[in-house]
Design a binder for this molecule. Structure first.
Ligand SMILES: *Cc1c(COP(=O)(O)O)cnc(C)c1O
Length: 455
């Protein structure tokens, strides 16, 4: 599918490592972990069977959550480095992958337009956000943290972990942080850091980063951008597809998180956090008795909360970015079809008698619901489409999003709010191939919404 012969390159991954290992001289492996081919083959066959219990993330039929398999370049990069098992906690955990990590961080900083930066990979967006909020607390120990009511649920959780008071700021009728509500909160002087989201997990809404930044600066607050999902869309900011101002403003914020394991074609275990001011390193300084020969300049392990981290993740991202760089012509070309498909589908949903568009998509996440008269009806029909969709010979996999009644009626005032909230349907068009299958997916979902389940 990608023009790469994965079998061949996985063989090369083994050859490359064996050739290097051979330079150190032969030795006999301990019998305790020696295995017979037949014994291994039987266990491996069982694993293959077990893994069949899965959703087809790779297939155009799957338009559920923000997940797809990694690019083969990432797989080969990961497997090659993983055989050496470098640990990017410290430079002596593997100098090569530590250097690769510095290079990919340069590339991510350049993507956001950060002139200076301090940053590193993390195992996830949540860990990256935790670090950003930790620094927020260290800088303003007596002040609170504000985030949008539609931000990722882990911000409230991490504030709790850090012992910081968090404020959920009201979202507007497009799922963006409400600037009036933010300003009245900032006016109290209690907030030290504002978390804005560039691409919410639920709807892909982009908070007005530029406006939040101006407000925060006026009231002496810092700004962290959670771009875990949407970050790579900055590559399309000048395309005329969406408002470029929030994306341009990221360069002037204090920190940003992006997840290469979402739109960066990587396997799980690859988030990233960047700070605009390298001096925040002072908040991480710790003296580990186990890292002996630390060079005088900071290594990556000295600026992170996590200890062990897969060096293989850096190798995978580095190899991927060598081939598909974080530029408009590289990853931008991979992301663009999803954004265009979301808009095309939105048009089809608006014209449908069976399905309705929940709100216009900003990035590549589409939210919609079976056309019903009441919130309760929407909830029941959404649940039915979700489960019936996965059954039968022509399956389609979507996801559900729970929305509160006020948010729903702000967008669709004619609908009777007979329940506190409802599940609606949500599709993440994270694969560039989805656009080629829209017509089929849309009509299948229309059939399901109309109650015609099989065909
Ligand atoms: C996915 C996501 C997170 C959490 O990242 P993980 O890598 O799943 O830990 C945080 N914020 C946003 C906006 C996300 O989309």
């Amino acid at each position: 599918m990608t023009g790469l012969d994965l079998r061949r390159w996985l063989g090369c991954a083994v050859d490359t490592v064996e050739a290097w290992e051979a330079e150190f001289g032969p030795f006999a492996a301990h019998p305790s972990h020696q295995l017979g081919e037949a014994e291994f083959g039987a266990a491996f066959a069982d694993l293959g069977k077990r893994l069949r219990d899965n959703y087809p993330f790779f297939h155009p039929r799957y338009i559920g959550q923000m997940v797809k398999p990694p690019h083969p370049a990432a797989v080969v990069g990961y497997v090659t480095a993983m055989q050496l098992n470098p640990n990017n906690h410290a430079r002596e955990g593997g100098p090569a992958t530590a250097d690769l990590e510095r290079e990919v961080m340069e590339a991510l900083a350049a993507m956001f337009g950060l002139e200076r930066h301090l940053g590193h990979l993390t195992t996830s967006g949540t860990m990256g956000n935790l670090e950003a909020l930790f620094v927020a607390r260290e800088i303003h120990p007596d002040r609170d943290i504000a985030y949008s009511a539609d931000s990722h649920f882990t911000h409230a959780r991490m504030c709790h972990v850090l012992g910081v008071r968090g404020h959920a700021v009201r979202a507007d009728a497009r799922g963006r942080m409400d600037m009036e509500a933010l300003e009245s909160l900032l006016r109290t002087g209690r907030v030290g850091t504002v978390v804005v989201t560039a691409g919410t997990t639920g709807t892909g809404a982009v908070d007005p980063v530029h406006e939040a930044l101006a407000l925060a600066r006026r009231y002496g607050a810092r700004v962290h951008v959670d771009a875990a999902y949407g970050g790579f869309h900055v590559l399309l900011a000048e395309e005329g597809l969406f408002d470029p101002r929030p994306w341009r403003a990221i360069a002037a914020c204090d920190s940003v998180v992006v997840d290469p394991h979402k739109h960066g074609l990587q396997p799980y275990g690859c988030g990233a956090v960047l700070f605009a001011d390298p001096a925040v390193a002072r908040h991480f300084l710790h003296d580990s008795p186990y890292t002996y020969f630390t060079p005088s300049d900071l290594h990556l392990g000295e600026i992170s909360l996590e200890c062990s981290r897969a060096g293989a993740a850096a190798a995978a991202l580095w190899l991927t970015l060598r081939l598909l760089p974080a530029t408009r012509e590289g990853l931008g070309r991979v992301l663009l079809p999803g954004v265009l498909a979301a808009r095309e589908w939105a048009g089809m949903l608006e014209a449908s008698p069976y399905l309705s568009l929940y709100q216009p998509p900003e990035l590549d996440i589409v939210t919609y619901f079976p056309t019903e008269a009441t919130l309760g009806g929407v909830d029941a029909a959404s649940a039915r489409v979700l489960t019936d969709g996965m059954a039968g010979p022509d399956p389609v996999y979507v996801s559900a999003l729970r929305v509160e009644a006020p948010a729903f009626t702000a967008r669709h005032p004619a609908l009777a709010a007979d329940a506190p909230g409802a599940r609606i349907l949500r599709s993440v068009l994270i694969k560039p191939e989805t656009g080629d299958h829209l017509w089929h997916l849309h009509h299948r979902l229309e059939e399901l919404a109309a109650g015609r389940t099989s065909r």
